[in-house]
Design a binder for this molecule. Structure first.
Ligand SMILES: [Zn+2]
Length: 134
């Protein structure tokens, strides 16, 4: 249903160009040994993922924004759900939330970042020359 939107590519961790190929080697972000492993190119449309050296350093800024959003969300949730908590309780809750969700935010950060630069192309799989080289 979302296919063709950037949201689809981000949420399902798919190639931003064809929305078919996988963005990461391992789909489960909590398999931490493989969390950084990405194919060099999309297996379906041959889109290069690392557009330039150190391309994904920029994803750290996205990741930072997501982490701040999680911290705020945990803080607000704790205020709504509980009462009489002290400052250190909030800090522990926020740190736990950030740590538990870190693999997800890492992956989402990269997926959002690459979607800034690569547009969806519904004909990506039909175009000649996309299968190898380029
Ligand atoms: Zn692709």
């Amino acid at each position: 249903m979302l296919k063709g939107t950037k949201l689809y590519s981000i949420l399902y961790q798919k190639c931003p160009r064809c929305h078919e190929g996988e963005l990461f080697d391992e789909r489960n972000p909590y398999k931490l040994k493989k969390i950084f492993d990405m194919p060099e190119r999309c297996e379906k449309c041959n889109q290069l993922y690392q557009l330039e050296p150190s391309f994904f350093y920029g994803a750290m800024y996205v990741n930072y924004g997501l982490t701040v959003a999680i911290a705020v969300a945990v803080f607000v949730a704790m205020i709504v759900l509980g009462s009489g908590w002290e400052l250190h309780h909030y800090l522990i809750g926020i740190i736990l939330g950030i740590f538990i969700l870190a693999p997800l935010t890492f992956r989402l950060g990269r997926a959002i970042w690459i979607n800034f630069f690569i547009k969806y192309d519904p004909d990506a799989l039909k175009k000649p020359g996309n299968k190898k080289g380029a």
